[in-house]
Design a protein around this ligand. Sequence first.
Ligand SMILES: [Zn+2]
Length: 263
Amino acid sequence: MSVVQRKAMLKAEGFFPHKKNPVGTTIIYSRKHPSAQFVRVVVDSGIDSKTGKVVGKVGVKLCFVNRQKSWRAITTQMFTTNTGLVKTIKTQEAAEKFVKTCKHCKAKKFTAKSGNVVCANACWSNWSGKKKSENNTKKKSQKIVAGNPPQKKPKKTVAKKSQKKTQKFVAKILPGDLVTVEEFDRDDKKVIGFEGSVLGIVTQTYGEGTVTVNWTANTSSLQEWQLPWTASYTIPENVSATPGNRLHHRLKVLSRKVEWERQ
Ligand SMILES: [Zn+2]
C-alpha cells in the first residue's frame, strides 16, 4: 500500500523515475524546479529497485545541473513520510531562492567536498585555465586550490623576477578562525579593512600555504576570486611599477590575536 501510494503521489507531483541510482539501490525520481533554470527537484523514493519494497524514508533535495551535466546538491536532503511528502517538496522548492548564486556565471553554489561553498559550474577553473596558458603556471599548484577560486597573484610573478629582494610574511591561521580581509598597497601599507562587509570561517589550513575559507558574507566590491586564500605572501622591496597595480589582499583573523610576521 505504502509503495503504491508513494509512487502515485510522486507521479501526481510530476516526477519520473530514473533508470539508475549511482549511489544506492533505491529508485530516484526527479523533475524540473517550477521556476529556477537548471534546478531539479530530486526525490530518493526509499523504494528498493529490486524488491519493490519500502526500505527507508523518502528524501527530497534540490540539484543544480551544471555545464558538464553533473548534478550538484544545492540544498540539504530532507527526509519525510508519505504524509509529509508534498509539503516537503514545496519546502525544498521554496528553499531555492536562498541558495547563493555565482556572480560570474549565475550558476547556483553548492558545498564542495572541501567544505567550501563554490560555483556549481566551477567557472573559476576556466579562468585559471586561461591564466595557465598565459602565464604558464604550474598545473599542480592549480590543483591544490581546487574548490577555492584562485586569486590573481601578481606577487608571485614579481617574486620570481626579484627573488633576492623579497619579504615574506606569514600568519598562523587556524581552522575555526573567524576572518575578514585587508587590502594593502604596493608598499605594504593598509588601504582598507573589510570588517563589516566580508566575513568567513577558516575550515582548513595547510601550514603557510592554502587556507580554505567558508565565506559567509561579502557585501564588498571584492569578487570571490579576489579574496585571499593563503597564510603567507611575498612583497618585493623595490617596486617600480605604477601605483595601484600592486594591491593585494590578506586575511585578518577577528576571533583572536594573530599577527602577520616578516620572515
Ligand atoms: Zn560560476
